[in-house]
Design a protein around this ligand. Structure first.
Ligand SMILES: *Cc1c(COP(=O)(O)O)cnc(C)c1O
Length: 394
C-alpha cells in the first residue's frame, strides 16, 4: 500500500497518465509519432502562454534543459547575471561556469527571491553590455521561494539593456502562473516530473524568436541538445534521434488534464493547498524559510525546524515509520529545513494526510508540536476556501 509522496518532484503520477505512457513501441518515423509530437509542442506553448517562438522537447531532465539553454545561445566567455539563493540557482550558476561562462553572481541569502532592484543596478552599470543573459529561478525549490519574473523583465527594460531573460520554471510551470510572452521571457525551461505529473525524462523548453536568433552566433559546443537541429527535425515531422514516445504521449494527456481542469483553476488549487500548509506551519509555531509572504511558493514549503532539532531526522523518521516521503534540506539549509512538496496531482485531502504525518513525526521526535493543531488549521482553511467541487457539480 502506498502513500502519496510529498517531495517537490518527482510528483504523484495520476493513474490515467501511467496507463497513457505504457504503450508498445511505435515506429517514430511513422505518422503515428508525428500525430503525437505536434500537439505536445503546441500544448506546451499554451501552458507557457506563448504565441510566437518555438517549443522543443529533449529526452532529458530539467538539468539538461539548463544546459541546452546555455549552450545554444551563448559563447564561452560571455557574461550572464544570476542571483544565488538556493541549491537550484546555485547549480545553474555552477553549470554556466563549467561551460566557460563568466557568471556575475548576486548573493541574495537563502530564503530570499531574485532581487530585481539589484539586477537593474548591475544592468545599468554594464555600459558595454557584456551581460548577454539574465537567469531567474522562478521557484527556488530548495527554499520554497517564488521570484517575481515580471519585475526582472521591468528591471531589464528600465536599464534599456538587450540581455536575454532565461527562466528556470521546473517547479513552477503547470502549477503556478507563468506568462512567457507577457513577461518577455526568452527561454523557459521545465521537466516532465513536476507540474506535468509524469515520470522524469523530458526536458521541456520554450524559446522566443530572439532566443532562436541567438543560436546563430552562439559558439558553445552542443550536439545532443542542438535547438536548430531539433526545430528542423520537428518541422519535418520527426526527431533527430529516438524520441521518448511514451512520455510524449503522456505529455499530451497531461496537458489535456490540465486544460480540462482549466490552467487558472490548477493555479488556484495549488495556491489553496499551499495556503492550508502555511496555516498548519503557523499553528505549529514554526516558520518558513521563505521570509516574505509574497514570495512563499505554492508548490513547495520549506519549513525551518527549531534549533536543537535535526530536520534530516524528521525526513528519515517519516520514511521509516510512516512510509511518507518529505524533502530534505539541501546545501546551506541541510538539517535546518524539511520540505513538503504540494504540487502536481494533489488535493486538499491529500495535503491533510501529509500535514498529519508531519505532526506525528514531529511529536515522535519530541518537537514542541501538539498533533492535530496543524491539521485543524488547514481543515479550517480548506473548508472555507474550497468551492471547486461544489461549483463543478452545479
Ligand atoms: C527539480 C528542479 C531542477 C532540476 O531538474 P532535474 O529534472 O532534476 O534535472 C532544476 N530547477 C528547479 C527549480 C527544480 O525544482
Amino acid at each position: 500500500m502506498g502513500n502519496p509522496i510529498f517531495i517537490p518532484g518527482p510528483t504523484n503520477i495520476p493513474d490515467t497518465l501511467r496507463r497513457t505512457i505504457d504503450i508498445a513501441s511505435v515506429d517514430h518515423r511513422s505518422p503515428a509519432f508525428v500525430d503525437m509530437l505536434r500537439p505536445a509542442l503546441d500544448g506546451v506553448k499554451r501552458v507557457l502562454e506563448m504565441r510566437a517562438g518555438e517549443t522543443v522537447i529533449f529526452p532529458a531532465t530539467g538539468t539538461g534543459a539548463w544546459e541546452a539553454a546555455i549552450t545554444n545561445t551563448l559563447s564561452p566567455g560571455d557574461t550572464v547575471l544570476a542571483a544565488r539563493h538556493g541549491m537550484f540557482s546555485h547549480r545553474w550558476i555552477d553549470l554556466c561556469q563549467r561551460h566557460g561562462l563568466n557568471v556575475q553572481v548576486i548573493e541574495t541569502g537563502w530564503g530570499n527571491g531574485t532581487p530585481a532592484d539589484a539586477f537593474e543596478k548591475a544592468l545599468r552599470a554594464d555600459r558595454e553590455q557584456k551581460i548577454k543573459a539574465v537567469l531567474v529561478t522562478h521557484n527556488e525549490t530548495a527554499t520554497g521561494v517564488r521570484s517575481d519574473v515580471s519585475a526582472v523583465r521591468r528591471a531589464i527594460d528600465a536599464a534599456r539593456h538587450p540581455a536575454l531573460l532565461y527562466v528556470d520554471g521546473v517547479s513552477s510551470i503547470a502549477s503556478m502562473d507563468f506568462r512567457m510572452d507577457e513577461w518577455g521571457v526568452d527561454i523557459a525551461i521545465t521537466g516532465s516530473q513536476k507540474g506535468f505529473m509524469l515520470p522524469a525524462g523530458l526536458a521541456i523548453v520554450g524559446l522566443s524568436e530572439r532566443a532562436i536568433q541567438a543560436t546563430e552566433t552562439a559558439t558553445c559546443p552542443r550536439c545532443f541538445f542542438d535547438f536548430a537541429e531539433m526545430i528542423k527535425s520537428n518541422c519535418d515531422g520527426g526527431f533527430p534521434y529516438t524520441p521518448p514516445v511514451g512520455l510524449i504521449r503522456g505529455l499530451n494527456e497531461s496537458i489535456s488534464m490540465l486544460e480540462a481542469e482549466g490552467l487558472h483553476n490548477v493555479f488556484s488549487r495549488h495556491h489553496r493547498i499551499a495556503e492550508g500548509v502555511r496555516c498548519a506551519v503557523k499553528a505549529w509555531g514554526l516558520k518558513l524559510c521563505a521570509r516574505e509572504p509574497l514570495t512563499q511558493s505554492d508548490t513547495v514549503s520549506a519549513i525551518l525546524v527549531p534549533s536543537g532539532y535535526d530536520a534530516n531526522a524528521i525526513v528519515a523518521h517519516a520514511a521509516d515509520k510512516y512510509g511518507v516521503a518529505f524533502g530534505t534540506g539541501l546545501g546551506d539549509v541541510a538539517g535546518k529545513v524539511f520540505r513538503i512538496g504540494h504540487l502536481g496531482m494533489m488535493t486538499d485531502v491529500m495535503a491533510l494526510s501529509g500535514i498529519a504525518a508531519a505532526e506525528m513525526v514531529m511529536a515522535d521526535l519530541g518537537l514542541p508540536i501538539r498533533p492535530g493543531t496543524g491539521v485543524a488549521a488547514a481543515q479550517e482553511h480548506y473548508r472555507t476556501s474550497c468551492h471547486a467541487l461544489l461549483s463543478k457539480a452545479a
